[in-house]
Design a protein around this ligand. Structure first.
Ligand SMILES: [Zn+2]
Length: 61
């Protein structure tokens, strides 16, 4: 996925490493950008929406 803040692209499982040490990471639904540390919600609904938006963008190109 792509970080909305810095534009850094990373795999969602990498964000788990960025969250390492966080006691709440087991219950955390946030994805953390390994580049800038920005946290964003990772709920399936949001991911679906992001994919939709991404698809729309690609279609417009
Ligand atoms: Zn970032």
């Amino acid at each position: 996925m792509k970080c909305p803040l810095c534009g850094y692209e990373f795999k969602e499982n990498k964000s788990a490493a960025a969250c390492k040490g966080c006691k709440l990471s087991r219950y955390c639904t946030m994805i953390k950008c390994p580049n800038c540390g920005y946290e964003m919600p990772a709920k399936p609904r949001v991911v679906k929406l992001l994919r939709m938006l991404r698809g729309e963008k690609n279609g417009n190109k």
